[in-house]
Design a protein around this ligand. Structure first.
Ligand code: SF4
Length: 441
């Protein structure tokens, strides 16, 4: 009997790791129903574009991707953050088949079923039980909640994604276990506000193995640490209870790494930004964390040129950076996002000044990063291998998150495998990366 060809879907995933997790969920469901992924739009039966609507520049990129899909294929389904405000997409591309907002997996699947009904075939319906990962197999993002209870004045995420909705602890742990069993060596814990995990559930416990686990930041981090994989915490705010997880880092249960998007340091600007945990005497806390866990790596992002940012606010930020010695920094020039309350603040900072401040901050930070990396020369570090080359392989130490931080370039006497964790001797450092050789397997 001749089998019907599998319907083919081409998928474009834009935006942050949180959007990537949404894409993975949709693709997993499609694969389970027998759809195939196409490499190109023109060989596919339809295209799904998962958009990002965080900044106006991201919206432009999303519109560009939709335009490309329309031109090359013509059957296009749009989802993701930009889909929460469909007017712009409808105006530019009235022929789009369906537009849905973030996390509306069911609606996306309904739209796919309508435009391209599934073909049931037991040979096509097989999907690995842990789902399809768009990230390489050795690391995976683990999304623990959706939405956000904060109301930062420059951000429209709560408007797009709603208030915080956390997953039950046992649900997250089940997914983590499946991933580790399938070969994942590093779990990247993400959400809009990871340290607020479980607030909406009033920290209710759920059954996991022979015990009850509360839906609480510390409790979840501790349990995740039991799987033996690297566990990296991202998008954490410096609430007082964050101090507790430093102990888990010192014990080696989770990675000594915190990604805390501070965004600024000047009290006036933080207030205008309405940032969570802005009052928490952060410099003192950072000092304490490092005393307790000297290997701790801190990553952060900052915004320069926020409305009303004066020269003295900016100097305050630079001095703060010197003192905090943040290891890794990303910096953005403020962009007014349609619908964000900060647009009404007035006192816009001119573009040239934003650029000057951006340059100054990056130059200052480069020195700090380089100084901190130099201290690692001569040490031994564990490195997870991301890419294997003929003479030099590329990996990351515990201090480096994939895609955003630096890398470790390693020579080795024997061929390495992607996902392998080796011990490396660090021989040299530059501004962002380390170089060395494998000293143990
Ligand atoms: S914490 Fe602030 S910046 Fe982050 S998603 Fe929530 S409102 Fe937006």
């Amino acid at each position: 009997m001749q089998q019907a060809a599998a319907p083919k879907v081409s998928f474009v995933s834009l935006g942050c790791p949180k959007a990537l997790v949404d894409s993975e969920r949709i693709i997993t469901r499609l694969r389970a129903e027998g759809y195939e992924l196409a490499r190109k739009h023109d060989g596919a039966d339809l295209v799904i574009v998962n958009t990002c609507g965080f900044l106006d520049s991201a919206k432009q990129e999303s519109l560009g991707a939709i335009g490309e899909a329309m031109a090359e294929n013509g059957k296009v389904i749009v989802t993701g953050c930009m889909g929460a405000e469909p007017e712009q997409i409808e105006a530019a591309y009235p022929g789009v088949l369906s537009i849905t907002g973030p996390q509306q997996y069911e609606s996306v699947l309904d739209a796919v079923h309508r435009a391209l009904p599934p073909v049931h075939n037991p040979h096509l319906d097989l999907v690995p039980p842990q789902g399809i990962k768009l990230t390489p197999r050795h690391y995976a993002y683990l999304k623990i909640s959706e939405g956000c209870n904060n109301r930062c004045s420059f951000c429209i995420i709560p408007k797009l994604r709603g208030d915080l909705v956390s997953r039950q602890a046992n649900d997250v742990l089940r997914e983590a276990e499946k991933l580790v069993t399938a070969g994942v060596k590093e779990l990247l814990v993400i959400s809009q506000d990871t340290s607020a995990y479980g607030v909406d559930l009033k920290y209710a416990a759920s059954s996991w193995k022979d015990r009850e686990v509360r839906a609480k930041f510390f409790d979840l981090a501790k349990e995740l640490g039991e799987f033996g994989a690297w566990v990296r915490l991202q998008y954490v705010y410096p609430y007082p209870h964050v101090d507790e997880v430093i102990g888990l880092m010192t014990e080696g249960k989770i990675l000594p790494y915190l990604d805390i998007p501070f965004q600024h340091a000047s009290p006036e600007i933080l207030k205008a930004m309405k940032r969570p945990a802005a009052q928490e005497k952060t410099l003192g806390r950072i000092r304490q964390w490092r005393e307790q866990c000297p290997d701790l790596t801190l990553r952060s992002t900052f915004i320069v040129g926020f409305p009303g940012e004066t020269d003295s606010d900016f100097t305050y930020l630079l001095d703060w950076l010197d003192e905090a010695e943040i290891d890794r920094v990303g910096c953005f020039k403020y962009e007014p996002v349609a619908g964000a309350p900060s647009n009404a603040l007035g006192h816009a900072v001119p573009d040239e000044i934003k650029q000057e401040r951006w340059n100054a901050l990056m130059a200052r930070q480069q020195k700090i990063s380089a100084r901190r990396l130099k201290r690692k020369v001569g040490t031994r570090q564990q490195v997870i291998i991301d890419e294997v080359g003929p003479t030099v392989s590329k990996g990351r130490s515990k201090a480096d998150a994939p895609e955003i931080d630096g890398a470790v370039y390693l020579s080795s006497r024997r061929p390495l495998r992607v996902g392998e964790i080796v011990t490396a001797k660090i021989e040299r450092a530059d501004e962002y990366d380390l170089h060395g050789s494998v000293a143990g397997f």
